[in-house]
Write a protein that binds this ligand. Sequence first.
Ligand code: BGC
Length: 497
Amino acid sequence: MGRVGLGVAVGCAVVTCAIAAALVGRRARSWWRWARVVGVVGQFEEDCATPVWKLRQVVDAMVVEMHAGLASDGGSKLKMLLTFVDTLPDGDEDGVYYALDLRGTSCRVLKVQLGGSGPKIINHKVEQQQIPEELVSSTSEVLFDFIALTLKEFIEREENGQVPGSKKELGFTFSFPIRQLSVSSGVLIKWTKGFTIEDVVGKDVSQCLEEAMSKNGLHMQVAALVNDPVGTLAVGHYDDADTVAAVIIGDGTNACYIERSDAIIKYQGLLTDSGFMIVNMEWGNFWSSHLPRTSYDIALDDESPNRNDQGYEKMISGMYLGEIVRRVLHRIAEVSEIFGDSAHHLSVPFILRTPLMAAMHEDDSPDLREVGRILEESLQTSGLSLKTKMIVVRVCDIVTRRAARLAAAGIIGILKKIGRDGSGGVASGRTKGKPRRTVVAIERGLYTNYSMFRVYMNEAITDILGEEIAQNVVLRISEDGAGIGAALLAAAYSSKR
Ligand code: BGC
């Protein structure tokens, strides 16, 4: 071989080696990148784990906190609030009733026609109005004017331009913690779900609404002020007498149940004729060291307007699930480049809303088309690999599974407290040797519109109780129960006046 030939051969060898080294280098970088991604997701999954023994610890902690909250005000983070609802609608209620349901990001107005002589809702009509974002941190006057006007316009449409002349009874569902003064009045204890209208805290919200209604020419009075699960329970029990509790799983989460009045130690002076009262647990504020909390939950809480509050809600409800996923994806973007140039969008809080997260989780197309579309629209990503989309779905799955299983443990906690968990429990409610059919009414989109959430929740109920006993526990979807129940209670309590 001549000199030239040798030179060419050496040159070729050098180029080949360089290409091989570049390829090996790229492979190694890609391998490390994925190893880091897998590490983040694996750690998150481990921290979110809810094996059945842990769920049982949560069940027991819920029971302990329920007792403590019933024993004294401030005895537990579970407020266990009195509702003064000590009789439930029985079917005698008759006539047309209106209700206003202030949920959080939206409010609903309802017209309910009751038939009397037996549980019968002849008709109901609902309209929804979004709460403009700026109202969430406005003033009492602005908020109540807005909802009073929404109600007035609805009634005018329904009554052909007429508004009630004399004081008509109204059901008011107010989905925030209230210390009730009576069945029709109560003061706001604190805001949740991102609301920060300070001048409402400590005020009677029925009075605020009545003043705003009267200022706007609507002469109605609040006959029943209820927290949302209380409305759901009233209508659930009206439809099915085995209903003993109700749970809301939407933007926020909460539960209430029928408690024996003698078990409400802190209000011993207030024994009721019926022997029971609905207790509003405000379970979103439940806390226990057994809850599987991750660094992402801690950071979310630290940056929230209600730090150290609503810890259970922040792991379960729709306001937060998308945000937890966003935080984990942001961490993944920090340790790898799998989201490419759009990674910085992941640093924007609440950019990934829970309904989008649910839609990605439920995408069953082979190439995860929906996941790609949603990420493209909300994060301006393009051309994400299938592997990356699969990672996103995995994170959604971990977050939702933990939420649904923890909510299931909360429900079993309530059933255990009232002796309906088939364990032979503390109280009555169990025919010897045979667990009784027990219905829990459940409302709001996270449960009703998200099938994976329902699947995981039902699965956890069976895991905790065992198949035989779980068969007796019916989770029944309630549509608009919170609002319809308020109208029903307005009817029931106005006829008692
Ligand atoms: C509120 C509860 C309400 C629940 C569901 C929570 O944030 O504290 O009062 O029932 O959301 O709407």
